[in-house]
Design a protein around this ligand. Structure first.
Ligand code: AHR
Length: 521
């Protein structure tokens, strides 16, 4: 992986030859065994999401007439930050928005496109950014597109026509429309979502599991007739409100669609309203548990498939989101859902990735919600932008794409949360067999204790030269701003560790996220 020059300059590099040895016996243990492979870290795990919501599209990635935009209206400064982030996959157009969206409103000459009410978010939609603009944007940032159909108030017919518009090579009504709109060759969109959060009563066109499953089955059939090579994501659980049977939703959807889908989605947002770091960062155990439950449901459904096919989990919305929860444009104007992320939120990004990597055999796709302005790592104003705290772990974990995730043995001091025992050290490990590089990702969830860990390597000989990437800050609530976006940044240093018996001891500071890059022969 080549680190973009711009990023290298921004990070703090310190090279030192230090021996890191603990005076006391280590309190935790991490045992790396490259023979214990979990699965490949799918590059689609480093996806993102752009919804027609607040200033994500308009004023975010797309800003017609702004001197910072190119002739297509794409903000060039934002585009550079997106490229630097190496976003693998981009979901669009929603989110809740899609359940009232009719894609044909967003094609053809921009000035003749209809302005519609957006009744998901209480806004007006000009439709000046539509399918062709989005797909062109994906090409420009080298991200694979992921289109989500309107399974709320939309029809199966418009879903199959959308596939035809994007992917049909022959001359048909919809492919000719695409050509007339300037794109001769098919866009070849491979990843399609069968709707968004249809399990949530907040969704336009919310349905029961049975009704949704019936719709999904027929939509899958019709869309695959338009292009049999597409991959489909069923709308899985997003509704974890007490009393709601989210497991039952998934069971019904999987039972009905098990022969037709490639993924089932899972959405999770977390927050820290109680201002308690250790509780906040314990949410990783809920994520692990939800993944494990869906893995079990998938296995059960696969057991009675008539057409054997793998089904994976698409974590296609995830993030920290609680300060601006549920605030619509009607209530607060165009700046809806603009979370300002602090240092502790960056730690939570590591926690999500650690859970995804530990389940790399089943979680094969993920989209942070969202890319710009709206619960996002990039924030714009008319004449500039800045990178929020959460940008940095997204960038760093992204370097592990296509690695092999490892099932490391971890033992760590623990604390109690919701009747469970949670390790203070939250760990995932991956390796790249081609280069012999091993990544050890460690979140120390403690607000007041450092923990030393003995890191042992089983296969191959470790080198004592270790690259350390660390996010830490004395103020958990520290934020970056337009005026100072260097306040919360990772520090990078090279250290020389004291190797003994193919292992070493490392001290993980309180409330920190550390990625150790090791070399093994
Ligand atoms: O990402 C913001 C919103 O969160 C999405 O529109 C919706 O799918 C989810 O509830």
């Amino acid at each position: 992986m080549i680190v973009p020059k711009r990023i290298v300059r921004l990070a703090v590099f310190v090279t030192a030859t230090v021996a890191i040895a603990a005076a006391q016996p280590p309190q935790a243990r991490i045992k790396i065994d490259t023979d214990r492979a979990v699965g490949e870290v799918d590059p689609h795990l480093f996806g993102n999401f752009t919804e027609h919501l607040g200033r994500c599209i308009y004023g975010g990635i797309y800003d017609e007439g702004n001197p910072l935009s190119d002739s297509d209206g794409f903000r060039q400064d934002v585009m550079q930050a997106v490229r630097d982030l190496n976003v693998s996959l981009l979901r669009w157009p929603g989110g809740n928005f899609v359940s009232g969206y009719h894609w044909e409103d967003g094609i053809g000459p921009r000035d003749t496109r209809p302005v519609r009410r957006d009744d998901a978010w209480g806004a007006l939609e000009t439709n000046r950014f539509g399918t062709d603009e989005f797909l062109k944007y994906c090409e420009r940032v080298s991200a694979e597109p992921y289109l989500c159909i309107n399974a709320g108030l939309g029809t199966i017919d418009e879903a199959r026509h959308w596939v035809e518009y994007c992917n049909e090579p022959a001359k048909t009504y919809y492919s000719e429309l695409r050509r007339a709109n300037g794109h001769e060759k098919p866009w070849n969109v491979k990843i399609w979502g069968l709707g968004n959060e249809i399990d949530g009563p907040w969704q336009l066109g919310h349905r029961t599991a049975e009704d949704y499953a019936k719709f999904g089955l027929e939509a899958a059939k019709a869309m695959r007739r338009a292009d049999e090579s597409i991959h489909l994501i069923a709308s899985g659980s997003s509704n974890f409100r007490p009393g709601y049977d989210w497991i039952g939703w998934n069971r019904t959807v999987l039972d009905t669609l098990k022969n037709d889908i490639d993924y089932i989605s899972l959405h999770t947002y977390i927050g820290n309203p109680e201002n308690n770091l250790e509780r906040f960062l314990a949410a990783g155990s809920d994520i692990d548990e939800r993944i494990a439950i869906v893995e079990g449901l998938i296995k059960a459904a696969q057991n009675t498939q008539t057409v054997p096919r793998p089904i994976y989990i698409a974590f296609d919305e995830w993030n920290v989101w609680y300060r601006t929860l549920g605030r619509t444009e009607f209530e607060i104007g165009r700046k809806g859902l603009e979370e300002r992320y602090n240092f502790e939120d960056a730690l939570a990004i590591g926690m999500f990735f650690n859970a995804f990597l530990r389940h790399a055999d089943s979680v094969k796709l993920a989209n942070l919600a969202q890319l710009v302005n709206v619960i996002a790592p990039i924030v714009t104003k008319r004449d500039g932008m800045f990178l929020q705290t959460i940008y940095w772990p997204l960038l760093e974990y992204g370097k592990q794409r296509a690695n092999i995730s490892l099932d490391a043995l971890v033992s760590s001091p623990k604390y109690a949360y919701n009747g469970r025992q949670i390790g203070y050290l939250d760990v995932s490990t991956t390796w790249d067999p081609k280069t012999g590089t091993v990544f050890v990702n460690v979140l120390n969830r403690s607000s007041d204790s450092d923990f030393s860990a003995r890191i042992d390597n089983v296969e191959g000989q470790l080198s004592p030269d270790v690259r350390v990437w660390e996010m830490n800050h004395s103020d958990l609530k520290a934020v970056n701003t337009f005026d100072d976006d260097k306040k919360v940044r990772p520090a990078v240093r090279n250290v020389h560790v004291d190797l003994s018996h193919n292992g070493f001891t490392y001290n993980f500071p309180k409330h920190s996220l550390t990625i150790l890059t090791l070399k093994r022969s």
